[in-house]
Design a protein around this ligand. Structure first.
Ligand SMILES: [Zn+2]
Length: 197
């Protein structure tokens, strides 16, 4: 195989799910595509969680083994975010009162502790700008001050590579804040019904 193909495919490899033995172990910080009996899946193994989601359902059973969907990313939204949220909730409220976009991260540091990482904001612009993201980003949170929460084309571009949880906080017509969440896995987006606000 051409070396360039080797590099490309090692980044997001595709394997066939064996029917008569178990799946090869997926190393940490890796994501792969798996062709299984009922279609194509994406599986990601991060230090902070495991996700397996079906991307395509086959109209017929294929000659491969079965795999199950898995999701421990939701534990981050349910358990970790509420613990860290008090560290930056004031900045979120300030973003809405000042009508300036804000962005912040929850990262996993070298001691495997979750912590809030402020992002250097360029407040002169309407769009929040920030420095090169830390590779250990677990949750990427931004605000839409004065309008609804949704993922824009810019958000899609921002969330394209790598694996993280993205949160957008917007305001309802009555002024109350609410959030929407999605898992971002190498350019595939999976909405989460769990919420942080
Ligand atoms: Zn946005």
């Amino acid at each position: 195989m051409n070396n360039l193909d080797t590099i490309l495919q090692s980044n997001l490899s595709t394997i066939m799910c064996p029917k008569y033995e178990s799946l090869p172990y997926l190393e940490r910080q890796r994501t792969r595509l798996i062709m299984a009996a009922d279609g194509l899946y994406i599986q990601s193994h991060q230090i902070w969680g495991v996700l397996a989601k079906q991307l395509w359902k086959s109209p017929r059973i294929l000659p491969y083994g079965k795999i199950k969907e898995a999701d421990t990313f939701k534990d981050i939204i349910k358990n970790i975010v509420p613990k860290i949220l008090p560290q930056f909730i004031n900045e979120i409220h300030k973003s809405f009162s000042d009508k300036k976009e804000w962005q912040g991260f929850i990262v996993l540091d070298n001691d495997c502790q979750y912590k809030y990482e402020p992002v250097e904001q360029n407040l002169k612009r309407t769009k929040a700008t920030y420095q090169t993201p830390n590779p250990n980003i677990v949750v990427d949170i931004h605000t839409h001050p004065g309008y609804e929460a949704f993922f824009s084309i810019e958000d899609d571009n921002d969330n394209w590579g790598g694996v993280k949880i993205s949160v957008c906080i917007g305001s309802a017509p009555d002024g109350s804040l609410y959030s929407i969440q999605r898992y971002c896995v190498e350019g595939f987006f999976f909405p989460s019904s769990d919420w942080i606000l």
